[in-house]
Write a protein of this length. Structure first.
Lengths: 88, 193
């Protein structure tokens, strides 16, 4: 069980959250010509990192806000949580 | 058209569980709050209105996890730019006149929420049995969204002196939540009023 600090509500149980995927993936720029490989990378291909990882979480049973969590996937230690527009 | 409350089929009046040989204060009182107006107000990102300038029924809008209330109305913070109004008064006209669709999404959700009110010295113990939220940290006139046995709920701490707490859920989860809550109440004894 993880305890995650929502940037809006404070520390809450993992039960209230939903995992939202890799937060480092950037959508290709609008109207820019991109290859099928780049589109595949954006839509499907993900690294399965062991170690520090920046990921999106959704406080779905709380304030219903998306935010970023900097977490170690091996130890589950959470270093920092940020609002979506904030950078590490 | 006849209005049917969300818990009409399950809220059976009487005393249940281990209520014998206990003080009246120890027995949990369970009540369905019905025939009440509920509105959701969401402020758009594009809006220039400031939160501290907003008011309704002579109440300012509350900050994070807080509730502002008077005798008839409670305004609950639900999330950034998102509030829930629970009121005995029909506030439709005030909302229509002051909360324009260019800045706000105002929705009447009176029909789509189920509200259970718990009162008694063991009310917080009941919450602890189903929710991971630290209910002891929830002060009077504070509210929070959390889960109870997997059901998303809003807890509104109305009064610490009488241990009165409201649990708000989606109407469709109301009966299931009622069964969960009353099941958790059995060991303390409860009176459905």
């Amino acid at each position: 069980m993880l305890f995650i600090k929502c940037p809006y509500c404070g520390i809450r149980s993992q039960n209230e959250f939903a995992y939202g995927g890799d937060a480092t993936v950037k959508r290709p720029q609008l109207n820019k010509e991109i290859s099928d490989k780049e589109w595949d990378d954006f839509v499907y291909n993900r690294k399965s990192l062991r170690g520090k990882h920046l990921e999106f979480w959704h406080h779905i049973s709380g304030c219903r806000q998306w935010f970023k969590v900097h977490r170690d996937t091996a130890t589950h230690e959470i270093f920092k949580t940020l609002k979506p527009n904030e950078e590490l | 058209m006849k209005s049917v409350s969300p818990l009409n089929n399950v809220h059976e009046l009487g005393q249940f569980g281990d209520f014998e040989n206990k003080n009246v204060e120890e027995i949990i009182k369970i009540k369905e709050i019905k025939n009440i107006f509920i509105y959701q107000i969401v402020k758009f990102k594009s809006s220039n209105k400031k939160d501290n300038e907003l008011s309704l029924d002579n109440l300012d809008f509350p900050n994070i996890l807080k509730v502002n209330s008077n005798d008839n109305t409670r305004i609950l913070w639900m999330g950034p730019n998102n509030w829930l109004i629970v009121s005995k008064n029909n506030l439709s006209d005030e909302l229509k006149n002051n909360y324009f669709s260019s800045d706000f999404a105002v929705t009447d959700i009176s029909h789509s929420r189920s509200i259970i009110e718990l009162q008694g010295s063991n009310a917080k113990e009941v919450i602890k049995k189903g929710s991971p939220f630290d209910i002891e940290k929830l002060e009077e006139n504070n509210c929070t969204n959390t889960v109870f046995n997997g059901i998303t709920i809003t807890i509104d701490n109305i009064d610490n002196s009488t241990n009165k707490i409201r649990i708000i859920s989606l109407r469709s989860f109301g009966e299931s939540l009622y069964h969960s809550v009353t099941d958790a109440c059995l060991e303390f004894g409860y009176e459905a009023i």
